[in-house]
Design a protein around this ligand. Structure first.
Ligand code: ADP
Length: 197
């Protein structure tokens, strides 16, 4: 099964692009959402997290997300310890999930595809890009947050230049009416490449 990784910074339109692939019949694995699910449901992962971060990380069997976030927030060492536990579990789950799909190819959606080294789990990579001012405007409108908070999040993420250099293909998402045709063209190309691999 050919696997395509799609990434993009906050407000770039990554989720919108992935929705358009879904609408074209391509299964999309949302690694953020699945990571959250696995931290709650995967017994082996729960055990590892509890062993590293304390049994109280799970309260009445539920992950105390706020407590864990506080532990890793702004602490690079703790955050990378958590990622070292979660990422392999997500990749294993993604591999299992991919094998069970009946489709021309599948998409892995991740905000940190390159940062987390998940690019090695896919054969093609797509970066969704947009000018910073537009990313800020979209995110503020979507989340109701203030521009300064979005700016800080953008500053903490990989920059678009690096993203586009590392990706096989870039989608520049500015005008709404251009997005569906851009996804359609990429989908055609990936279907062709998957069939001729
Ligand atoms: P990301 O997942 O990269 O953070 P989203 O796909 O959620 O970004 O897009 C952020 C917001 O901007 C959403 O509300 C989305 O509907 C909107 N949006 C995305 N692309 C466009 C576009 N080309 N034109 C107008 N609005 C857009």
């Amino acid at each position: 099964m050919m696997k395509v990784g799609i990434t993009g910074g906050i407000g770039s339109g990554k989720s919108t692009v992935c929705r358009l692939f879904r609408e074209r019949g391509i299964p999309v694995y949302d690694s953020d959402a699945e990571a959250k699910r696995l931290m709650q449901e995967d017994a082996a992962l729960r055990q590892r997290i509890a062993a590293r971060f304390g049994a109280e990380t799970y309260r009445d069997g539920r992950l105390d997300r706020a407590r864990l976030a506080e532990r890793v927030f702004g602490d690079a060492e703790e955050l990378s310890a958590l990622n070292a536990l979660v990422h392999p579990a997500v990749m294993a789950d993604f591999a299992r999930w991919s094998d069970s799909q009946q489709a021309p190819y599948v998409v892995l959606e991740s905000a940190i595809l390159f940062e987390a080294g998940l690019e090695h789990a896919v054969q093609r990579t797509v970066a969704v890009l947009a000018p910073e001012a537009l990313r800020i405007e979209r995110t503020c409108r979507r989340d109701g947050t203030d521009a300064e908070a979005v700016r800080r999040r953008i500053a903490a993420q990989m920059d678009d230049d690096t993203r586009s250099r590392r990706a096989d293909v870039s989608i520049v998402n500015i005008f709404e009416e251009d997005l569906a045709p851009a996804v359609a063209e990429l989908d055609r190309r990936f279907r062709y490449e998957a069939a001729h691999a």
